[in-house]
Design a protein around this ligand. Structure first.
Ligand code: 5GP
Ligand code: 5GP
Ligand code: 5GP
Length: 208
């Protein structure tokens, strides 16, 4: 049993749509392991406070150690790919996320448990299936934000939040999805505080 408070109040589980990451004016690069599936990728699992603030870079004595997640590597390459340029194998993205965010939940999740929790949350959320079941597909069409949110909620039972970015033509598009998770890292919850939201009522869902 955890005898001390975990040091944070909940997690944001954040997924990114690769099509939206890639079609901005900055472009993107496929990882060295190859083009990831046309599916949401994990951006991070971020400890947060109910106040809206968050801890970061909590323990420089516990830096990312790739040897601890060897068994998760092939799953991370497809489910948590890095699309920045130049092409990378993901290690720098996972290093950044563990050092900045993961170390702030180390009282509840070891490094291995942290990455395994994120992978489990992604399969539990099954976000792309929830959207396509509602007729919302990544085909460069525009959809009502309210329909997108309702479809994701249908899958998790809880409210989700969406952030948009803009493509080269200035269209707002589905970029990131936030879902809240309890401090065990295993269960979706209602968000104690909403993340920033910047989408208009109609948003593009770009292909990837
Ligand atoms: P941006 O300013 O691009 O939204 O966020 C930059 C980075 O700040 C994110 O990748 C993430 O590491 C961190 N960040 C932004 N908003 C939040 C938040 O609400 N909670 C937490 N824990 N981190 C955040
Ligand atoms: P946060 O925004 O979580 O602090 O940090 C994201 C960092 O990870 C940025 O420095 C960004 O360049 C790097 N990064 C590497 N690959 C990716 C990716 O595929 N998506 C995002 N959003 N950031 C990535
Ligand atoms: P990080 O410093 O925090 O690299 O990234 C800063 C911002 O630029 C984040 O919003 C990140 O998602 C974005 N970004 C960084 N590198 C790339 C890139 O190669 N392509 C795209 N499209 N965005 C990037």
């Amino acid at each position: 049993a955890l005898c001390q408070s975990p040091g944070f109040d909940f997690f944001y589980f954040v997924q990114q749509w690769p099509g939206a990451y890639c079609d901005t004016s900055r472009g993107c690069c496929n990882p060295t392991s190859g083009k990831p599936p046309s599916d949401f990728g994990i951006h991070g699992l971020w400890p947060n406070y109910n106040s809206g603030g968050y801890p970061s870079n909590c323990d420089s004595s516990n830096p990312f150690d790739p040897s601890q997640i060897q068994d998760l590597l092939s799953q991370l390459q497809t489910q948590w790919p890095s699309l920045t340029c130049p092409s990378s194998d993901g290690t720098s993205f996972w290093t950044h996320e563990w050092n900045k965010h993961g170390t702030c939940s180390e009282s509840v999740l070891t490094e291995h448990a942290y990455f395994a929790a994120a992978l489990n949350l992604k399969s539990q959320a099954n976000t792309l299936a929830s959207l396509t079941n509602a007729g919302i597909t990544p085909n460069n069409s525009f959809y009502n934000l309210s329909d997108v949110l309702a479809a994701i909620k249908q899958g998790t039972g809880h409210d989700a939040y969406v952030q948009c970015n803009t493509d080269e033509n200035g269209n707002s598009q589905l970029y990131q999805i936030y879902i809240c998770v309890d401090t065990t890292g295993a269960n979706f919850i209602e968000c104690p505080v909403a993340p920033n939201q910047n989408c208009p009522s109609s948003i593009e869902f770009p292909s990837f």
